[in-house]
Design a binder for this molecule. Structure first.
Ligand SMILES: Cc1ncc(COP(=O)(O)O)c(C=O)c1O
Length: 366
């Protein structure tokens, strides 16, 4: 397989490829870590935007306590890289997954989310049989209306039932304020997030009053961490995607003080008219959902249409000098859906290729 050598100049590389500006990503990592820890919280970044242990290890080196994953198979990849403290912020259903979580407990210290006793009982039984014990947190519905048990009595009853089971250990609760990320105006978003976190902290109080463990109160995403970090009672933030600081977060969620660090390097394959350029990348290279890509360094060029292998740029007067063969960088609107289409990240220091990271948890869907 063709693989460019470290030290290559960006302009010399074949396209399309998924590029990271390492200086910018590292600065975003430092910025997120310090924002969260300065407010007395822990950082447990969601790895779904990068799915790459090398990047998770950079986050941990900057102060993260571990990672958040969406899938057991992602957690396995992170554990294989030596990461110990792993939250699987998802419901684990079905014996194959339960067995995998129990074996993960041999090498790591995972935490599994749940919102019903039916999910926990088989996990507890399997862990007992394997001589391990797994941490469990209760996911509370704080308004997203996705998964999550109702706050109040239902949450307390589930926590009590988990507490009675051998093979699992109640570690706390989580909630995700995903329904508020794009809320306008900003001051209303702030107060709604504080209200949602008060619901979560109310659940914590009720667990503690009943003598149950609630060491962890986990919440937050990139679109909200700059608010949720200030909410009393929350112990850790799951914000992850801010390391790439996608246009969606910056333009639709009011996220500030982070810079775009992810691009797709593409080549102009056709120049059908003065105002139209066609790139050698399309929906199979970068995903336009949530926010269209932005053309880097060409303010009056706009990505207007993507088909499977083509991206149409509308060129203003200042970018009409672009020719067939020229390279252009696109900033994906939302990294998560783009990362999963690539084998590798190409990490650049300036224009020099410094590292190629295989996206090891790509395709890990179970
Ligand atoms: C459970 C959970 N936590 C956190 C996040 C936030 O992730 P990110 O910071 O990458 O936007 C998400 C996003 O979907 C999520 O589902």
């Amino acid at each position: 397989m063709f693989q460019p050598s470290v030290g290559s100049d960006k302009a010399a590389l074949d396209t399309p490829i998924l590029c990271i500006d390492l200086d910018v990503m590292e600065s975003n990592i430092r910025s997120m870590a310090s924002y969260i820890t300065e407010r007395g919280k822990q950082w447990r970044p969601h790895e779904k935007c990068h799915k790459t242990p090398a990047i998770a290890l950079k986050q941990i080196a900057a102060g993260a306590i571990g990672v958040t994953c969406a899938k057991v198979s992602e957690a396995e990849v992170m554990a294989a890289a030596g990461i110990h403290d792993i939250l699987i912020a998802n419901m684990i259903v079905g014996q194959p997954k339960v067995e995998r979580v129990a074996s993960l407990c041999q090498t790591a210290d995972p935490i599994v989310a749940c919102d019903h006793f039916v999910q926990v009982e088989p996990l507890a039984e399997t862990c007992r049989r394997n001589g391990v014990s797994c941490r469990v947190i209760v996911e509370v519905n704080i308004g997203l209306d996705r998964v999550g048990i109702s706050p109040g009595r239902d949450t307390l009853e589930l926590a009590k039932a988990i507490d009675q089971l051998d093979g699992v250990r109640l570690a706390g609760i989580m909630g995700y304020e995903g329904h508020l990320l794009k809320h306008e105006p900003l001051d209303e978003k702030q107060s709604l997030i504080h209200e949602a976190m008060n619901v979560l902290v109310g659940c914590r109080d009720s667990l503690l009053e009943n003598g149950l463990c609630c060491d962890i109160v986990s919440a937050g995403g990139t679109g909200s961490y700059q608010i949720t970090s200030d909410c009393p009672g929350v112990t850790e933030l799951q914000a992850g995607g801010g390391i790439f600081a996608d246009p969606m977060y910056q333009n639709m969620c009011h996220v500030r003080d982070l810079e775009y660090s992810l691009t797709v390097l593409a080549t102009i394959a056709s120049r059908p008219t003065l105002e139209r350029a066609i790139l050698d990348c399309g929906r199979k290279t970068l995903h336009p959902d949530f926010h269209l890509p932005i053309v880097k360094n060409h303010a009056d060029a706009e990505a207007v249409r993507l088909s499977a292998e083509h991206c149409e740029l509308k060129l203003g007067p200042q970018s009409q000098e672009l020719q067939i063969g020229d390279k252009v960088e696109l900033i994906p609107g939302y990294a998560d859906f783009t990362t999963v289409m690539h084998d590798n990240f190409y990490g650049f220091r300036g224009n020099r290729l410094e590292v190629v990271w295989p996206i090891l948890a790509r395709g890990k869907l179970q």
